[in-house]
Each structure stands twice: as C-alpha cells, then as structure tokens.
Design a protein around this ligand. Structure first.
Ligand code: CTP
Ligand code: MG
Length: 229
C-alpha cells in the first residue's frame, strides 16, 4: 500500500543544546536525519518524501541527500516558526495522494512494520497514529500537589508517524490555519473537527532524539539491532 511521507526537519534542537540543528548530529557515524530518511528510502511502499527545511540549511541537506543516495525527495519547502507550519508547507506543495504520513525527522528508529500498520489503518479508517502505553503511574499535579491519580489504562504516549487520508489532513490543516489553532501533533487538528483518530501500538524504541541522554539511548538501540541481526 503506497504512501508519501512528510518529514518536518526545520527545528533548531534547542533542548539538545548542540548549537546546531540536532538532526545533523551523528549516531553510529551517520546524521540522525539520514537514519530517518533511509527508512523511507528503503521502504518500497513509500513513493515520495517531503522535507521541511530551514532555507539556510537547504543546500547542506541537498548535499547530504546526494552523499547518501536518498533519491525519493520530491520537495524541500521552507519550514515555519512552529512544527505545524513546517508540516503545512509540505502539504501545500504536495499533489493529492491517497495516504500521507507525517513523521518527525528526529525519530530515526521507526520500522517498516509499524509504518505498514499505520498506512493500512489510515486507509481503512481515515486517521491512525503511533503510540505506546504509559508505563509509570500517572498523576495530575497542580502547584506541586497531587490532584488525582489518572487511570493509566486509558493513557497513551503519542509518537509519530501519524497517517491520514490526504484530503482529511489537508482540510484539518487549512481549518487550523484559518482559525489560528496551534496543535502539538497532526492528530489534534483532525480530532477537533470531530473525526475519529485510531491508535496503532508502536514501540518504545521509536524515540525522538530530544536531549543529550537520547543520543546515548539511540546508540544502544542501534547496537541492539546489530546484535539481533
Ligand atoms: N520541526 C520543524 N519546524 C519547526 C520545529 C520543529 O520542522 N519549526 C521539526 C524538527 O526538526 C523535528 C520535529 O519537528 O524533526 C520534532 O520537533 P522537536 O523534537 O521539538 O525538534 P526541535 O524543535 O528541533 O527541538 P527543540 O524543540 O528542542 O528546539
Ligand atoms: Mg521543538
């Protein structure tokens, strides 16, 4: 089942504190961005990649694409102030496809198996997003005092990819832009229009490289994969 993917890559990686876009940092001697791109380059169901980039980083990224033989990139539009704007700038440039995935460029450990399940669910149901069950006891806190213990069974930690019928996501983003709504993920934009969003159980390995500690975990995940063949 075919799809195209949008990879927002126009952040600045402030929490990583590397003084540069964290996507250029190396994991096992390869930029994080390239690890992520290679997953989609190697997935035969992926027919196109859209990368939102900072204008001043476009040339460097194009060099990386060439160096690592990433051939599926169809466009590199300018990212925006917020992640949502970066994703929207890709959606606006894309031709209509049936299914579009949005995936953080900073999540290099996504697998073909999870992608496939998301694409299938989105095709059947319209919208499907990756997540994992909360592991710890969850409590709501205000001013340092517990308000309540939340039923963990109903709590999921949400990741990307998030997969949608293209027209559904395009509509949700257009409406959000029009009314000035800013969400923290694409699903929020779709949810607020009243469409059901389905969850696909993904993997705790599907980390977002956010802080320095994540780089250590990331190296460990790569090592585990090499050992498991
Ligand atoms: N992103 C983007 N445009 C923005 C902000 C973020 O394309 N205006 C991208 C990032 O490049 C990243 C993904 O969205 O691949 C997830 O965002 P996040 O992990 O928050 O990355 P940064 O915004 O770069 O990091 P920070 O929030 O620590 O500055
Ligand atoms: Mg950010």
């Amino acid at each position: 089942m075919q799809y195209e993917v949008v990879l927002p890559a126009a952040g600045s990686g402030k929490r990583m504190g590397a003084g540069q876009n964290k996507l250029f940092l190396l994991l096992a001697n390869k930029p994080i961005l390239i690890h992520t791109l290679e997953v989609f380059q190697q997935d035969e169901n992926c027919t196109g990649i859209w990368l939102a980039v900072k204008p001043e980083e476009r040339e460097f990224i194009q060099q990386l694409l060439e160096q690592y033989s990433i051939t599926k990139v169809k466009g590199l539009p300018n990212g925006g102030e917020e992640r949502q704007h970066s994703v929207h700038s890709c959606i606006k440039e894309m031709e209509q496809v049936e299914i579009v995935l949005v995936h953080d460029a900073a999540r290099p450990f996504i697998t073909h198996e999870i992608i496939m399940r998301l694409v299938e669910r989105a095709k059947e149901q319209g919208a499907a997003i990756a997540g994992v069950k909360a592991k710890d006891t969850m409590k709501k806190v205000r001013d340092g005092i517990i308000i309540e213990t939340v039923d963990r069974e109903s709590l999921w930690m949400i990741q990307t990819p998030q997969a949608f019928r293209f027209d559904l996501l395009a509509e949700a983003e257009d409406v959000a832009e029009k009314v000035g709504f800013l969400g923290t993920d694409e699903a929020m934009l779709v949810e607020r229009l009243g469409y059901p969003v389905h969850i696909v159980e993904a993997s705790y390995d599907n980390l977002k490289m956010t802080t320095k500690e994540d780089l250590v975990l990331g190296e460990a995940i790569l090592k585990k994969r090499v050992n498991n063949g």
